[in-house]
Each structure stands twice: as structure tokens, then as C-alpha cells.
Design a binder for this molecule. Structure first.
Ligand code: SF4
Ligand code: SF4
Length: 114
């Protein structure tokens, strides 16, 4: 993956907490999806289970330190995310996380539910 901007995803997590429709399943094989722990999968089997807008596999504090509990098994949309792309910047802006070198803003606000 080539980053457009040198963001550190492990001190961010904004895109994993922005929308329950974000970590959806798309091009994965059934075999790949079967490897995901069932408790991280949404009841409708269409994506990752989210608590509000936040993916249940994300641990940590957005804007501080985060990690994905299923990183090696994460959906393809998560693999396709490029730090600095439009989706990344939208999610970061919502949490008050701007460009490198700028201080974070509000990071405890509830993101919108799509
Ligand atoms: S919003 Fe951008 S910087 Fe933050 S975790 Fe997602 S891809 Fe990485
Ligand atoms: S599966 Fe991992 S990378 Fe994808 S949204 Fe959830 S926490 Fe983020």
C-alpha cells in the first residue's frame, strides 16, 4: 500500500470508527470470511459488527492508539484504504484529526450513523 500522506494508522483509527457501513464485505471469498471470528461479524453477515459507528474489532482510543484485532483477516475495503485518500481525510476531519503536525481536536464525539 502506498500512503498519500504519512499518517500513522495505529495512532488514528478514525476510518474504523466513522460509519457502520464502512467495514463491509465485498470481494472476499467465503473461505476468507469463514476465518473471521463470528463475534466480529454483523448479524446480517454483510460486514463487520459495529458498536454504533465503531467496528467491534477496533481496540484503543481513536486519535491516540488503536489496533485491529483481525488485522490479518480484515475485509478488503480495509486493505484498500490508503492513508491520505478522501475517505481517510473525511474520517480524520470528523474526529478533529488533521494534517501531520496539527493537534487533534474533539476525538470523543459520536460520528454520524449512515
Ligand atoms: S483514517 Fe486514515 S490514517 Fe486513520 S486509520 Fe484510517 S487510513 Fe489510517
Ligand atoms: S476490521 Fe480492522 S481495519 Fe477494518 S474497520 Fe474493523 S478495526 Fe478497522
Amino acid at each position: 500500500m502506498t500512503s498519500l500522506i504519512d499518517f500513522d494508522c495505529q495512532s488514528c483509527g478514525a476510518c474504523c470508527s466513522f460509519s457502520p457501513t464502512w467495514p463491509r464485505f465485498s470481494t472476499e471469498t467465503d473461505a476468507a470470511l469463514d476465518l473471521l471470528p463470528a463475534h466480529f461479524v454483523a448479524a446480517n453477515q454483510q460486514g463487520m459488527r459495529c458498536d454504533g459507528a465503531r467496528c467491534s474489532a477496533l481496540v484503543g482510543r481513536v486519535g491516540s492508539q488503536t489496533s485491529c484485532q483481525v488485522y490479518d483477516l480484515r475485509p478488503d475495503v480495509c486493505r484498500a484504504c490508503v492513508p491520505g485518500d478522501d475517505a481517510c481525510l473525511t474520517a480524520r476531519a470528523f474526529f478533529g484529526l488533521g494534517q501531520p503536525g496539527l493537534p487533534p481536536g474533539h476525538i470523543d464525539a459520536e460520528p454520524p450513523i449512515n
